[in-house]
Ligand binder design. Sequence first.
Ligand SMILES: [Zn+2]
Length: 324
Amino acid sequence: MARILAKALNCSRGPTVSPCQVCQSCLEITSGSATDVYEIDGASSNRVNQVRELRDDLKYLPINSRYKIYIIDEAHMLTPEAFNALLKIIEEPPSHVIFIFATTEWRDLPATILSRCQRHDFRRINAVGLMAHMKYVCNKEQIGIDKQSLSLIAREAEGSIRDALGLLEHVLSFSQSQVSLADVSEFLGLIDTRFLFDMSAAILARDVHTALELIHEIWRAGFEIQRFYSDLLVYFHQLVLVKLGTEPIRKIDLSKLEIEQMKLLVGEIDVLHLIQIADFLLQAEFSIKSTPQTKFNLEMIVIKLLKIAPAMPLEFLIEKLKRS
Ligand SMILES: [Zn+2]
């Protein structure tokens, strides 16, 4: 994005929102050889004398573009001293100089710097957008990949195009020209939704024996218990939504058939009880995340959970009172 912005500013037909991509400046920025665009890694050049060197540099005009552009990546890694040195420049920058600070942690930047910047926040991209972009990349690279695999990767990337492409690249590294759903699931360590359904059914049926057997099976299959737990949490959230008649959020990849099965599963269960379980799991999440004994922990959480009495719906209680 910083490079695109640099292009927009330095394009010979600019400044423009649509750089031409064919002028010398655009071509140089694309190839990473632009003489007037400097990319600085904030993590490794964070010291104050490096900023001083930079300050000496600024005196000279750009060689063959409109602006000298300094892109500082991981800007939050600069030391306070480096920021102070920078501040002096940023307070009164030469008109031919533009700084672009790139960071995921803008809160770590001093307020004195932030107040002198235009801030542009990048939002998460929805799954459909991520999938479309990955599909585009795969087509260009002549790689076959199905929709479901793309949707799993998109889900995992949680709105970040960089993460999505990174994951895709990893998956491709061991599946060559055709990506299978199995490859993707295995790579991402995804839990088969069957386990989630069976576990939910065991919990709702208060079947300790089956629940413990399932935990053992999941553990033996090499799935990460923490991962299973957070998926189970999401699954119960989905069950609440299904019970309420709301479409599940597509955080776990569910087929129509699975949603039908979920509807049957929660048909007779009171929504308060579902909420109670989801709540309990959420409360206990910390202990799963904070201890290495995850299998043992999960077993204890499930046993405790099954000892909770289901919440009585209000109508039921009123009915009971009326009768007595
Ligand atoms: Zn151009």
